[in-house]
Design a protein. Structure first.
Length: 194
């Protein structure tokens, strides 16, 4: 016999206000949540910085969830050389809370949440910008992703959804029956979060 728990009223999602004081708004916010583990953070930052179009086009910020181990701030200062912002939560929020904080702290038109153990391949931001900058009808976009091991060796690549870029017909069905997107491969328009 299958049983289901009683339905409880879910909490409302956190409110995301439009960014204040940014004129003009950068195209990108690359937000990197981190907690304790900084083993791969240098590689993550290097992959973003190698594609950095400049502060006017891209916000890059590491948001530390009150880590109790490691020194992510020192690493960010060393690798980012003043280009990467750092924010430390005053108290631990947990993964979801820190993620939500990343979204609230973002100021760009498009938000990319990039975990501290992920990397972006060359051309990621340039190709996405070229595809998205004149598409007001798109709220999120994604690409294929590769799984890599701790040494950076490829272990697999996701299925190709379409040979050409664009809106995917019937994708709502495909995504409802199986996970087809991973966090480092998706960007979301900030207004969607708002």
């Amino acid at each position: 016999m299958g049983m289901f728990p009683a339905v409880h009223k879910l909490a409302s999602p956190p409110q995301v206000a439009p960014p204040r004081g940014m004129a003009p708004q950068p195209f990108w916010s690359v937000m990197i949540p981190v907690y304790n583990r900084t083993t791969y953070l240098e590689r993550t930052l290097a992959s973003v910085l190698s594609q950095d179009p400049g502060a006017g086009e891209m916000q890059i910020e590491v948001v530390d969830d009150a880590s109790s181990e490691g020194d992510s701030e020192r690493l960010v200062r060393q690798v980012g050389e003043g280009r990467v912002d750092f924010f430390r939560q005053p108290r631990r929020l947990g993964g979801i809370g820190n993620w939500n904080s990343c979204i609230q702290r973002s100021v760009g038109e498009w938000v990319h949440i990039l975990h501290s153990d992920d990397v972006v391949f060359p051309g990621f931001y340039g190709d996405f910008k070229a595809a998205l900058e004149r598409r007001e009808d798109v709220g999120a976009a994604f690409c294929r992703y590769a799984t890599i091991d701790e040494s950076g060796r490829w272990r697999g690549i996701s299925e190709l959804e379409s040979p050409t870029r664009g809106i995917l017909a019937g994708f709502i069905y495909k995504i409802s029956v199986g996970q087809r997107i991973q966090c480092p491969s998706i960007v979301v328009r900030r207004s969607v979060y708002e």
